[in-house]
Each structure stands twice: as structure tokens, then as C-alpha cells.
Ligand binder design. Structure first.
Ligand SMILES: Nc1ncnc2c1ncn2[C@@H]1O[C@H](COP(=O)(O)OP(=O)(O)OP(=O)(O)O)[C@@H](O)[C@H]1O
Ligand SMILES: [Mg+2]
Length: 435
């Protein structure tokens, strides 16, 4: 099985297993490199040497103090037993148990035996957390002997450092694994996003983990159904537009015998209807038919459109800048920019065209100095047959398919088309095409 096709369930399990294994191995390493202080039976002889002679030995810490806390009553029996064993007066000895030793069975058992110790041997007692003895010296100061507690503290500090270090060590590892887990999902999301914007995109490759392969197949199925649905609608539009032309031609023919006054106005209406039907047919043609992509020099294309329009007396200016080469459908691109420039000239009086290069894309901006559009219409005007304010549009003779066509072509090329109002006055159309 290829690495990329490992199911997500297996990946997640591997991540969990990997992290647990890593942390356990780190813990084991700490344990082996730095074993914990043995907390087993404490050699009483060591304590004896320290408290009686002040002799320092490993695992025992001695310090002098002016004062020491009063004896805890619960530990008095044990203190008495220890004092007796050391040959010291009980009143000049104080005893404390440290850490887990407070709850260890050994001392408690000893305590319950009373001051004599009942014959219990101190050597076998388990002072698991350590013991602290304070002996009052002749000058009134206290000699405090602490067993293993400081060592235990040191070891605990080391262990805590290791826990933090192992977490820090595990973070990049976990990040890497999480990345590995989510990578195919992100790939799938990106492909689905592309497909969502343009149903004409090629099918998703059923690749990667088993779960995503299934999702890709379902997605392709859905895309196929959507595509067929769109195709049916476009076919219907084109069939209606096409079939209406015949009766319209017949009507125009019959009108030739009608009275002059009616004939002129009816002929104008018929001409308008024929123009609209022509626009619908050309819309279907441009968006429906998938033409081969060829190498296009965008600047030359824009230059030729601008020249054609300038020849018919319209104010179109292409600003200087770099050229961008891309793979595109010549007819589609020509129609896209002609529509935008036409709009700028029709609604804004003049068009300024700018071509720029951005990483991986060509950006074309077409600006005018017209009235712009209300904010809520900036998106709506891309809907087929949507036209802006009637008072402004009455004379232009359009049918509201221009921008729908613009967007459809831009999206089919993997790009986008948007409109925004300029700060002062006018509208800016921006087309981004991958290059
Ligand atoms: N540069 C612009 N300035 C102001 N309004 C605009 C501009 N471009 C488009 N519009 C508005 O957007 C509407 C839709 O434009 P679109 O190009 O889709 O259709 P149309 O120009 O009306 O007809 P046609 O199908 O002939 O292009 C227009 O009717 C117009 O109101
Ligand atoms: Mg238009």
C-alpha cells in the first residue's frame, strides 16, 4: 500500500501510538540515565552518625539552626523510640517524617507500639520519604539531620524538567504527524474548492486515503449531475433562442404588407428581439463550448481589442506595463475583455486598461470615470439578464449577459472577475487569470 493511500483511521492510530511510544521512551531514558533516589529502608546507622557526631554522609544533610518546631504529638512514640536507641534524652530530640513517609506503614506501625518500640528493629523501618531529626545541643542550638528528602527533591525537579522537555520535544513531532494526517484532507478541500467555482474542472482524482477516495468518487458523481443539469438548461436556452428566430423572420416577412406606421415600429421591435436572441445564442456558445487553450500574449490581445474599439471612435487607452503569457482560449478571452471595455465605455464614457503581473497570475484592471454602481449591485450585476438602473440602461441596448459571460470565462480559466467602485468616481473591473 502506498504511503499516501493509508486510511485516515490507520494514520490517526499511528499518530497516537507514535506519540505514546515517544513519551514512554523518553521516560524510560530519564529513568535509566538518572534513576530515582532509592527510598527503601534507610540505614539507621547513618542517621546515628550524623546526629551524634555531626558526620556528613551521602543521602544525609546536616545543618545548624537556632530554633526548631515543637514535636508533633502523633510522632512522640516514634521519637521516644529513636531517642532511646540513640541514647539521647527524649526532650532534646524532635522528629519529623518527610514526604510519603508520613503515610508509610512502617512508622505508623512503630508508633502504635508505644514508647518502647515493642522490640521492633529501627533498621527495618521504611522511612520512604525520609526522616528529619533535630537534636538540641548543649548551647541550646539545634543540629538538624535530614535524610534523602533533598535528594528526592532534586530528583523530582529533574523529573519535572524532563516532563516539560519531553512535551517540548513531542510538539514538533506531533505537529509533523498532524500535518501528515490533514494533508490529504487539505488537498481534497482545495480540489473541491476549485471544482465548486468551476464545474467544468476535470474530475477529482480518486487518490489518497480510502475515506477520501470514496468522497472523491461521490464528489465527481455530484459534479457530473450538476454539469448535466447546467448543460440541459443551456441546451434549452439555445434551442428556444434558435427556434424563435424562424417565426420572427416569418413575422418580419408578413409585416412587409402592413401599414407603414405599424410596420416601422414593429420592425424595430423584431430587430431588437433578434439581437437579443443572437446574444443568448452567443452566450451559450461562448460558455458551453470548450475550446482548446493556446499560448496567449495578453498585452497583444488587449492592444488589439483597444485598437479595434478606438477605431470606432471610443476612448480606450492601454497603459504601459509588462506582458504576461498564459494558456487560454483566444475567443473566450477576447469576449471577456471586449465586454468589460464596452461596459466601461458605455456606462463610464472611457476605458483605462492596465495589465500587471502578480505571482502566478496576470491581473487586468479596467477603469472608467462613470457613476460606478451601488454597493449591493457589485455582485448582482454578474447574474445573467440582470441590468442596472433602467434610466441609465435604456439607451444602451444590452440584455444583461455581458458580465455573466465575463465571470463564466474567467472562472473557466481558473481565475476570477470582480467589480469595485473607485474612491473618487468610476468603476474598476479586475480580472485575475492564472499564468
Ligand atoms: N462600468 C460600469 N459602470 C456602471 N455600471 C455598469 C458598468 N458595467 C456594468 N454596469 C451595470 O451592470 C449591468 C450589467 O452589465 P452587463 O454587461 O452584464 O449587461 P449589459 O451591459 O446591460 O448588457 P450586455 O449583455 O449587452 O453586456 C449593466 O446593465 C449596468 O447597469
Ligand atoms: Mg455589458
Amino acid at each position: 500500500m502506498k504511503l499516501r493511500s493509508i486510511p485516515i483511521v490507520v494514520r490517526a492510530t499511528a499518530i497516537l501510538f507514535g506519540c505514546v511510544l515517544l513519551v514512554q521512551m523518553l521516560n524510560l531514558a530519564v529513568f535509566l540515565i538518572c534513576p530515582p533516589v532509592p527510598l527503601g529502608p534507610l540505614s539507621f546507622a547513618k542517621v546515628q552518625m550524623a546526629i551524634l557526631d555531626g558526620r556528613d554522609t551521602t543521602g544525609i544533610e546536616i545543618r545548624e539552626a537556632r530554633e526548631f518546631r515543637p514535636q508533633e504529638p502523633a510522632l512522640e512514640p516514634l521519637r521516644d523510640m529513636v531517642a532511646e536507641r540513640l541514647g539521647l534524652p527524649a526532650g532534646r530530640l524532635r522528629l519529623e517524617l518527610l514526604g510519603v513517609g508520613r503515610w508509610a506503614a512502617g512508622p505508623r506501625q512503630a508508633m502504635s507500639l508505644g514508647p518502647t518500640g515493642g522490640g521492633l528493629d529501627l533498621e527495618t523501618l521504611d522511612f520512604a520519604g525520609g526522616i528529619k531529626l533535630a537534636r538540641q545541643m548543649d548551647d541550646g542550638s539545634w543540629r538538624v539531620v535530614t535524610s534523602s528528602a533533598s535528594l528526592l527533591r532534586g530528583w523530582l525537579a529533574l523529573a519535572a524538567t524532563w516532563v516539560v522537555a519531553s512535551i517540548l520535544f513531542a510538539i514538533p513531532f506531533a505537529f509533523f504527524l498532524a500535518h501528515w494526517l490533514s494533508w490529504p484532507i487539505r488537498q481534497f478541500a482545495e480540489a473541491a474548492e476549485r471544482l465548486g467555482r468551476n464545474p467544468r474542472e476535470p474530475d477529482l482524482k480518486p487518490d489518497g486515503p480510502r475515506e477520501l477516495r470514496g468522497a472523491a468518487l461521490a464528489f465527481n458523481e455530484m459534479k457530473g449531475r450538476l454539469g448535466r443539469y447546467i448543460d440541459d438548461r443551456l441546451d434549452m436556452m439555445s434551442a428556444i433562442a434558435h427556434d424563435l428566430r424562424v417565426p420572427l423572420t416569418r413575422l418580419a416577412f408578413r409585416l412587409e404588407r402592413a401599414p407603414e406606421a405599424i410596420r416601422h415600429r414593429a420592425e424595430a421591435d423584431i430587430a431588437e428581439m433578434q439581437r437579443m436572441l443572437g446574444a443568448v445564442l452567443s452566450f451559450v456558445q461562448t460558455t458551453h463550448v470548450r475550446r482548446p487553450r493556446q499560448r496567449q500574449e495578453l498585452r497583444s490581445l488587449l492592444c488589439s481589442i483597444a485598437d479595434d474599439m478606438a477605431e470606432t471612435g471610443r476612448d480606450v487607452r492601454l497603459e504601459d506595463g509588462p506582458d504576461v503569457v498564459l494558456q487560454a482560449d483566444d475567443i473566450g478571452l477576447r469576449s471577456l475583455f471586449t465586454n468589460l471595455i464596452n461596459n466601461a465605455v458605455t456606462y463610464g464614457g472611457a476605458a483605462r486598461v492596465r495589465l500587471m503581473r502578480s505571482p502566478g497570475a496576470a491581473v487586468v484592471e479596467i477603469e472608467d470615470d462613470g457613476p460606478g454602481l451601488p454597493h449591493e449591485e457589485l455582485e448582482r450585476v454578474f447574474e445573467p439578464f440582470y441590468r442596472g438602473e433602467p434610466s441609465r440602461n435604456r439607451e444602451t441596448g444590452g440584455i444583461g449577459l455581458g458580465l455573466a459571460l465575463v465571470r463564466s470565462i474567467a472562472v473557466a480559466h481558473g481565475g476570477s472577475a470582480t467589480l469595485e467602485n473607485l474612491a473618487a468616481r468610476g468603476l474598476r473591473a479586475r480580472v485575475i487569470l492564472p499564468a
